[in-house]
Design a protein around this ligand. Structure first.
Ligand SMILES: O=C(O)C(=O)C[C@@H](O)[C@H](O)[C@H](O)COP(=O)(O)O
Length: 388
């Protein structure tokens, strides 16, 4: 075992305090990245406030290009388009992409590039990504690459996108042999989170987002982990106050980590990948879409915890507590079709692999993880088998 970095810095009062009340109803968190800094605005039923915030945060806005998941067009994208159209002298174009992980493909990206061109997009245009992680990652990469980069705004409508993928600027698409293998770091101008969207989400997709919420508790916020254990039932019931707290706390965590290591160079940002080396291999070998990303992350975190126990990094009680919380959140903790023979070659293409050696984010305690290198593939295999 080779712990490469103590990837966690304990949270301090200073770095916990990146939240401000933007209005009576909205919380505002800043992702502090010097000239690329941007706010995450979180509230319920806040569409009426968007135009003012855009004037403040995005400034020069004359052409809005809205890319929305087709399943939320009527309910969530149309009101945003109405709001954009009400701003003086703003031209709006709109297109849709299908729901589901298979949309994060080079074919859909190419279609979006053509659409941007035919809509008359230029470097002054602003792209709006409305939907879940698939739309955010795909449209974000279209924004990063079209004319070498145009501004974009993330408007996540799923729990997973609100707490994770819309923040931090990781954009990209999948290849058949690996998740997120082509992409770019491209930060949005604004992340606009209306938690009212969560009330209309399908149950399976909603629960899948809770996996990334639990992740923050394990990787760097033990106090939040305890809060989640006490409030899992309220989150399952989609209680407004509980959701506002869980989304805000998760975004604070993500903003801190991204601020400290925007492009995953120091190892700090890699902690956000806890469970993901297993999860991405599960998704790729099961076929994209067969299992949801958050479900795979839940199972992947279980495999990572078992690996950590096997390597003597933590004791059994961590896995027990994590299993209890994931189960209370309605998430799967094993995957009968997990096939180590198929998963291991995919894992070797993980972005954390260095000099041909697997590296994992492994827990030492609830609230603490380490980036560990040179892991024995036999131990990885047993961790997979332990959760079949
Ligand atoms: O933002 C990050 O950094 C993360 O690793 C967050 C992950 O939860 C997310 O799934 C991310 O897209 C995975 O990125 P990848 O670099 O492993 O493809």
């Amino acid at each position: 075992m080779a712990p490469e970095s103590s990837a966690n810095t304990p949270s301090t009062t200073e770095n916990r305090g990146n939240i401000a009340a933007a209005s009576g109803r909205r919380a505002s968190i800043t992702v502090e990245l010097a000239e690329r800094s941007y706010p995450i605005e979180i509230g319920t039923g806040i569409t009426g406030e968007l135009a003012d915030v855009l004037r403040q945060e995005v400034g020069d806005l004359s052409h809005a290009l809205v890319i929305a998941d087709e399943s939320i067009q009527t309910h969530w994208a149309d009101p945003i388009i109405e709001c954009l159209s009400s701003i003086d002298n703003v031209r709006v174009n709109n297109t849709n992409v299908p729901s589901g992980e298979t949309t994060k493909s080079v074919e859909h990206l190419s279609r979006l590039w053509d659409w941007l061109l035919s809509s008359g997009a230029d470097r002054r245009s602003v792209l709006f990504a409305i939907g879940g992680g698939v739309v955010g990652d795909l449209a974000g990469f279209a924004a990063a690459s079209f004319t070498r980069g145009i501004r974009f705004v993330q408007i996540p409508t799923t729990l997973l996108a609100m707490v994770d993928s819309s923040v931090g600027g990781k954009t990209g698409i999948n290849l058949s042999g690996g998740k997120n293998m082509v992409g770019a770091f491209w930060q949005p101008e604004l992340v606009w989170i209306d938690t009212a969207c969560l009330q209309t989400m399908g149950e399976r997709d909603y629960l899948s987002g809770l996996a990334e919420v639990v992740k923050y508790g394990v990787i760097e916020d033990a106090e939040f982990f305890d809060w989640l254990c006490k409030n899992a039932a309220s989150l399952l019931a989609r209680d407004h106050a509980a959701l506002q707290h869980a989304v805000t706390r998760s975004c604070q965590s993500k903003a801190r980590v991204v601020r400290d290591d925007e492009r995953e160079t120091s190892g700090r940002r890699a902690i956000l990948n806890y469970g993901h080396t297993f999860a991405h291999a599960i998704e790729a070998t099961a076929g994209y879409g067969a299992i949801l990303h958050g479900e795979a992350v839940s199972i992947g975190m279980q495999m990572a915890a078992s690996l950590a126990i096997d390597m003597g990094l933590c004791d059994e009680s961590l896995l027990t507590r994590q299993t209890e919380l994931l189960t209370a959140c309605g998430l799967p903790v094993q995957f009968a079709d997990a096939d180590a023979d198929k998963m291991l070659p995919v894992m070797m293409r993980d972005k954390k692999v260095a000099h041909g050696k697997l590296r994992f984010i492994l827990p030492t305690d609830i609230g603490n993880v380490q980036l560990v290198g040179d892991v024995d593939p036999a131990q990885v295999r047993s961790a997979i088998q332990a959760h079949r």
